[in-house]
Structures are given as C-alpha cells and as structure tokens.
Design a protein around this ligand. Sequence first.
Ligand SMILES: *Cc1c(COP(=O)(O)O)cnc(C)c1O
Length: 397
Amino acid sequence: MTNFSDTKRLFELPDGVIYLDGNSLGPLPKSANKRVAQTISAEWGEMLITGWNKAGWMAQPAKLGNQIGRLIGAEPDHTVIGDTLSIKVYQALASALDMRPDRKVILSDRGNFPTDLYMAEGLIRSLDNGHRLVTPAPEEVETNINSDLAVLMLTEVDYRTGRRHDMARLTKLAQDAGALVIWDLAHSAGALPVDVANGGADFAVGCTYKYLNGGPGAPAFIYVAPRHANTARPALSGWLGHEAPFAFDLNYSAGAGIERMRVGTPPVLQMAALEAALAIWDDVNMDDLRATSIALCNQFIAGVEAACPDLTLASPRDAARRGSQVSFHFEHGYAAMQALIARGVIGDFRAPDIMRFGFTPLYIDEGDVAQAIDIIADVMQNRLWDRPEYKTRSAVT
Ligand SMILES: *Cc1c(COP(=O)(O)O)cnc(C)c1O
C-alpha cells in the first residue's frame, strides 16, 4: 500500500490551507525548488548550450513522457511531452482526421472543456473540407456514434461535474463504427488508473499541471497508439519532430514514432520542475490512489450533504462514474467559494453555479476533509458568504 502520509510530506502546503484545488493546479513538490535551481545554475549557468547534450535536455520530453506513460497505461516510448494541452488536442485531431479522409464528423460532447471544442472549430475552418463538430449532451454520445463518424474526441472526466465516461466501451463502439478515438485525460492522469493500451485509444492527451503537480505552465503530453506511431502525419510539423532536426534539411520528414509529435524547443526550466513532480509518482500505486480518492470523496459528500441542505450534488453519486473531484450546485457559488478561500479551504468556482473540490490522496487526508466540511458548514449555515467583498469576480475563477 502506498503510504500517503509519506507523500504528503513531499509537498509545500501553506499553514492554514486545505488545498482542494489540485485538479486545477497541483501544489509545489519540495524537491522542485532544488531541481529547478540546479537546472538554472549548474546546467544553464555553467553548461550553456552544451546542456542540450550534457544535461540531457533534448531527451527530456521522451523520458518524462515515459513516466507519464506508466500512469496512463501506455506502452513504453509512445508518450511525449511538450506545448500546451490545447496544442496537443489540435495535433491529435488533425492526425486522426487525416486518417479518415472520407468521413466528416467529429463527435464530442457539450460537457467538454471549451478549448478542446475551440481547437476543433479552428482546425475545421483551416481544413475547409466540410468537417462538422457534433456536441450532444454527454449522456447522448453513444447514440450519436455511427458510420459517418471520423473521430470521437472526448474528455474522460468532466471538468465541471466529475462525471466519468466509460472509456473502454465508447472506444470500442466508435472503433467498431470505423472511427478513431481521442481521449483527453486532463482530469484522469494522476487522478485514477487509466489504461490507454488495453482500452484501445488511438490518441490520448493531457496536461501535467493539474493532478501531476508539474507547476503552472507545465508542458502537456500526447500518446499515439503503436499501430499509428509511424503513420500519423503531424499537422504541426516543427523541426524537433523532424527525423533529423540537425540535418537542417529544407524538406520536412516526420521523425520515428512518438518523436514526430514534438514541435519546437521544449521548456527546460518547466521540465525540471515536472521531473521533480513525476519522481513522486514513480512510487505510487494507482489502485491504492483510486481507493483512497474514493474514500475521501465519499466522506466529503456525506459530510457536506448532512450539514448543508442548500448545496446540491452535481457529481455522480456512484464513485465508479466519477473522477477524483466533487462538485455542488449553489446559486451563490462564486461568493461561497470566495468565503471558503478566505478561510483556507481552496476549491474553485465554475460558471454558472458549480463549486468544485478536487481530492488528491498524495497530500489530502481524512483529517483535511473533516476540517473542510466543518468550515463549509460554518460558511453555509451562517451565510458567511453573503458579503459584498465575496461577490466581486476576479479574472481567473
Ligand atoms: C485544463 C484543461 C485544458 C487546458 O488546456 P491548456 O492548453 O493546457 O490551457 C484543456 N482541456 C481540458 C479537458 C482541460 O481540463
């Protein structure tokens, strides 16, 4: 059994804060300070340009990709990091559409994170080839799978409600209908066990600054199934995805396997922080993590429902259908969340009325959840949120 009181000690958690927002931005691993400082002084400072070879900067995207690969059940050497998740969504979708030239429908759902849908719209406009994005309610994805479908592109866990799609089932249905399948694992990687290889995903993408704790702006990842690795055509054909970047050939020729999904120069300082964060994950058993996450979520739901009749559960009650977050509807959710943050319970608000709390066994335990419930009960029962200073919205919510 992974010892989560040991992992908790590896994070910088400010006194008086119960951090239920690791699903938006994971906290700082203590080891990241030193690791980043070392990259700045001993690598960048002393090695200068030779750091690309000597410090292994150029090989980092594949190395870190493999560590993430283990967490998502990927075959070794089929995951690479770089860019942001929006870019990785675009890359996966462009490559997938290219493999189904006779089909024009992209199926997603209206619970998807908007940037995924925006990237699809932008790509459709650039291709100008009659593609269509279809976004039914999440429950209606299955009935929209048919032989017109080029690509099924879904986020496994809904960012607002935590509702979880049945990845294996939908993948099989779509592939049986002749489509390709892309999974966005933004709220899955580091949140629950994922098995992209056995689940049969064609592509998977995700970010590393949420549950994986890579830090603000940490690079995203992309997985391409081995059967497509040497045929997927990169739409963003940057030089570091070229088969021989330092030949400086004037013509593009895609690199071997997953390397072709690299675009340009990787963020070396950010990768140093991510390396420190991923080292913690190397010792974590994902089944242990899931069992603990479910226990924390259930404890939270029971406690909040018992104390706060004004909050209605927005997440599935059945743990198997939920990711690692719990959301409640509340008309004054924005103000209530500000009142909670002022009292050290940090979650976030998602329009129009969702109060969202992430549960991350690496550094959140039963005692934290019990304390958070008490503070939420106080804020709700005594209407502590009903003050003007909690109602002014900031740019980032
Ligand atoms: C967080 C999140 C993103 C963010 O994309 P960035 O390009 O990293 O800003 C995209 N998609 C989903 C599903 C997310 O949850």
